[in-house]
Design a protein around this ligand. Structure first.
Ligand SMILES: [Zn+2]
Length: 65
């Protein structure tokens, strides 16, 4: 257990909380985790979009000249 100081409001709190109890600012470690999660979601979204596009290309009727 270690205490860190909030970057936003300057209050000390336990690092294991991940977020500042007074202003909800994430710790640098938590912020990194959040960013990694967002990146993962974004990659999944791109992959899903690519699969969807490929399916649409295969399924859509091609009667347009
Ligand atoms: Zn704070």
């Amino acid at each position: 257990m270690s205490e860190i100081t909030c970057r936003h409001c300057g209050r000390p709190f336990d690092e294991s909380l991940n977020y500042c109890p007074s202003c909800r600012t994430p710790t640098p470690a938590q912020q990194e985790k959040d960013l990694a999660r967002v990146k993962k979601k974004f990659i999944l979204f791109i992959v899903a979009l690519a699969i969807f596009s490929a399916m649409m290309i295969l399924w859509l009727p091609r009667d347009i000249p």
